[in-house]
Design a binder for this molecule. Structure first.
Ligand code: SER
Length: 595
C-alpha cells in the first residue's frame, strides 16, 4: 500500500520525468506578503512568478508545500477537515497550458506505472463561462480526448471553477478532478454541482492567465500559466481505500501517542474520537508552525494568535479525554519523527517545538485554574438564582477576561446543577468576533496587487537596511525575519545589545544616502555557490534551489532573493526608523516606514 511519503516522491519523480525542476522547501510563513498569515496554498510562494517575474529554476516547476488554512477550524474533528495539509503542485510559467496539463494529470492518476487509479471512478469539472472568460471547451475536449465520458465532465460556474488566492492577484478558470468515494457505481455528473460527500476532490488544475487588480478590473497576465494542487492526504486516503484521512499513516503515529497519554483506545467512543482527531490535527499544525525556519511563537496577534488558539484548543480536548498536565510534546514528537524526512527543519528545531508547546500549555493550564477560581467566587451568588441559570454575559466575562472557554464554564455549571444561558453568551461572543474580524480583515484589505507596489518598495528597503546594519554593527547581524505590511516594515536580526541612538541615526542616514544615489537594481540568475562566492548574502537555514536569483543594488548590496524589487533605489522614498526593540534573546527588531 502506497504511503504519503511514497506518493509525495512519486509525484515529484513523475513531473521531473516531464522536464520539471523541483523547488520544494518553502516556509509556512510568507515573507513580504502582507495579505496572508500563513502559506495557504502551494501557489502562494509562486505569486511573483505567476505575475511575470522569471523563476530561476525555469518554466516547469514541481514541489510539495506545507500549507495552513484555519478558515474551517471549527469543522476539524470530523473525518476529513484539516488545518495543515500538504499540497503537491506542478507549475507552468508560460510554458504548457490546458491540454498538456490535463494530459499530465490523467497519466499520473491512471497509468499503471504511476498511481493506476480506476478511470471509471474519476470525474472532472470545467468552467461554465461568464463575462470574464468563455466556457472552457478546450479543457472539456482535452478530457474527452483522454477517454473521459461526456457524462463525467460537468460545466460549473465561477463559484466552483474559478480559483484565486485572494480578492486580488493571479487567478483563472480551473478544472477539478474528483474520485468516487460513495457506495456502488458512480452516477452521471450533472451541471448542478458535484456532491462532495460522494466525490472527493483530489486535484485542481488552475489556468492562471488573469490578474485581478481590483473588484472591477481583471487583466490578462503576461503569460498563460498553470498552477495545479493535489491534496496529498486526501489522495493517499483514496489510494489506501480508507474512509478518513485520520486513518492513514499521516495521522496513525500521532493518534497512537495520544492514545498512550490518554489511556483511551481510538474508535471506541464517537465523542472522544472527535477530541482525538482535533488534538492530532492541531498538534500537527502547531508542530509545523513552530518547526518552521521562520517560526512564529504563540502570542496575542496575527499568526502567533492563530497558533495560540490551536494549541489551547488541543489542550482543552486533552482535558476532555481526562489528560491532566501538559502532554502535547508526546504527539508532537511523533509528528517530528514521521515528517522529518521531507521536512528536515522539524528535526533541526525539535527542542524549540517541544519547549514552546510545553510553555504554552502550562500557561494555558494556569488560565484554566484562574478561571475555575473565578467561577468558584461567583458560585454562591449564582446558586441564588431560582432558575439555576448562569447569565451568558457572566460566562462571556470569564471567556473575555480570563480566556476561560465556554465549554468549561458549562461543565462547571452543570456540575453545580446549573445551565448557562447559551444564546446570550453566543450573542456577546458574536459581537466580539465581528469586532475582531473587522480588525483582521484590515489585513486583507486591498489584497495582493493593491499592495504590491508598496510592498516592493519596502522589500527593497530591507536590503539596504541589512547592509547598513552590517556596516554600522558588524557582519554578525544575520537576518532573523522580516515582515511587511502596506504601512511599515519590520526587520529582525541577530545582535546582542540594544542599538544606541547614534547607531540608529547612522543606519538611517546610510539607507537614505543609498536611496539618494538612485542606484540601479539588477537581477542575475546563478548557481547558489557562485552567488555566495560573488559575495551575495543568503539566509542561513533557508533552503534554496540550485539556481538562485541575486539582486544587486549598485555597489552597495548583493542578496540572494526571490524579488520583486524596484528598478532603482530612488523609487523607495524616504526611509525612517520608528523604533528598535528586543524581539527575543539575542535578536533585535526594527520597525521602519517609508515616507
Ligand atoms: N491554487 C490551487 C489550489 O490551491 C491549485 O494549486 O487549489
Amino acid at each position: 500500500m502506497i504511503t504519503i511519503h511514497e506518493l509525495r516522491k512519486k509525484y515529484i519523480d513523475f513531473f521531473v520525468t516531464k522536464g520539471h525542476a523541483e523547488i520544494s522547501g518553502k516556509s509556512l510563513i510568507p515573507e513580504n506578503d502582507p495579505t496572508v498569515l500563513f502559506t495557504t496554498a502551494g501557489m502562494q510562494p509562486l505569486v511573483p512568478y505567476l505575475l511575470g517575474e522569471p523563476h530561476p529554476a525555469g518554466k516547469r516547476l514541481v514541489d510539495f508545500q506545507k500549507c495552513v488554512r484555519t478558515g474551517d477550524i471549527d469543522e476539524v474533528g470530523d473525518e476529513s477537515h484539516l488545518t495543515c495539509f500538504e499540497m503537491l503542485g506542478n507549475w507552468s510559467l508560460g510554458d504548457y497550458f490546458k491540454k498538456e496539463s490535463i494530459a499530465f494529470s490523467w497519466e499520473f492518476l491512471t497509468s499503471p506505472k504511476w498511481l493506476a487509479l480506476d478511470p471509471s471512478m474519476i470525474s472532472v469539472t470545467v468552467f461554465q463561462g461568464d463575462e470574464n472568460a468563455p466556457r472552457d471547451e478546450t479543457s472539456a475536449a482535452a478530457w474527452a480526448a483522454l477517454g473521459v465520458p461526456k457524462d463525467r465532465i460537468a460545466y460549473l460556474p465561477a463559484c466552483d471553477n474559478w480559483w484565486a488566492a485572494g480578492p486580488t492577484g493571479p487567478c483563472g478558470p480551473d478544472s477539478e478532478i474528483f474520485y468516487w468515494v460513495g457506495e456502488g457505481t458512480p452516477p452521471a455528473l450533472s451541471n448542478k454541482g458535484v456532491d462532495p460527500k460522494r466525490w472527493m476532490e483530489i486535484w485542481n488544475n488552475v489556468f492562471m492567465e488573469f490578474n485581478r487588480v481590483d473588484e472591477k478590473t481583471l487583466v490578462k497576465l503576461p503569460a498563460q500559466n498553470v498552477d495545479t494542487g493535489m491534496g496529498l492526504e486526501r489522495t493517499v486516503c483514496i489510494l489506501q481505500g480508507k474512509k478518513s484521512v485520520y486513518d492513514t499513516e499521516a495521522f496513525g503515529p500521532i493518534i497512537e501517542a495520544i492514545e498512550a497519554v490518554a489511556g483511551y483506545a481510538y474508535r471506541s467512543d464517537p465523542e472522544k474520537d472527535r477530541s482525538v482527531r482535533i488534538i492530532s490535527d492541531h498538534v500537527r499544525t502547531a508542530t509545523f508552525i513552530l518547526g518552521d525556519p521562520k517560526a512564529v511563537m504563540p502570542s496575542n496577534v496575527g499568526a502567533g494568535y492563530v497558533l495560540r488558539r490551536i494549541i489551547r484548543r488541543a489542550v482543552r480536548h486533552g482535558r476532555k479525554l481526562g489528560i491532566e498536565g501538559s502532554f502535547l510534546a508526546k504527539p508532537a514528537a511523533a509528528v517530528i519523527d514521521n515528517f522529518a524526512g521531507p521536512f528536515p527543519e522539524l528535526a533541526a528545531n525539535r527542542d524549540r517545538v517541544l519547549d514552546e508547546l510545553i510553555k504554552e500549555e502550562e500557561k494555558f493550564l494556569e488560565t484554566l485554574v484562574k478561571g475555575e477560581r473565578e467561577f468558584e467566587k461567583m458560585l454562591p451568588n449564582l446558586l441564588k438564582n431560582p432558575q439555576k441559570v448562569m447569565s451568558g454575559r457572566l460566562a462571556f466575562k470569564l471567556y473575555d477576561t480570563y480566556g476561560f472557554p465556554i465549554e468549561l464554564t458549562e461543565e462547571l455549571a452543570s456540575e453545580n446543577g446549573m445551565k448557562v444561558n447559551r444564546p446570550e453568551f453566543d450573542e456577546a461572543y458574536k459581537k466580539h468576533q465581528e469586532l475582531s474580524r473587522a480588525g483582521s480583515e484590515q489585513l486583507f484589505k486591498g489584497g495582493l496587487a493593491d499592495h504590491s507596489e508598496v510592498s516592493t518598495k519596502y522589500h527593497s528597503a530591507t536590503h539596504l537596511l541589512q547592509q547598513a546594519l552590517t556596516i554600522v554593527l558588524g557582519p554578525h547581524i544575520a537576518q532573523k525575519g522580516s515582515n511587511i505590511t502596506a504601512e511599515r516594515m519590520r526587520f529582525d536580526f541577530a545582535h546582542p545589545a540594544p542599538m544606541t541612538k547614534e547607531e540608529l541615526q547612522r543606519v538611517e542616514a546610510i539607507v537614505n544616502e543609498q536611496i539618494a544615489r538612485d542606484l540601479p537594481v539588477t537581477m542575475e540568475i546563478m548557481k547558489l555557490d557562485d552567488a555566495k562566492a560573488a559575495g551575495a548574502r543568503a539566509l542561513f537555514g533557508e533552503k534554496y534551489e540550485e539556481d538562485v536569483k541575486v539582486y544587486t543594488m549598485g555597489d552597495f548590496s548583493k542578496e540572494v532573493c526571490g524579488g520583486p524589487h524596484v528598478e532603482r533605489t530612488g523609487m523607495i522614498g524616504k526611509f525612517r526608523i520608528q523604533k528598535e526593540q528586543s524581539s527575543s534573546a539575542g535578536v533585535r527588531r526594527i520597525y521602519a516606514v517609508l515616507e
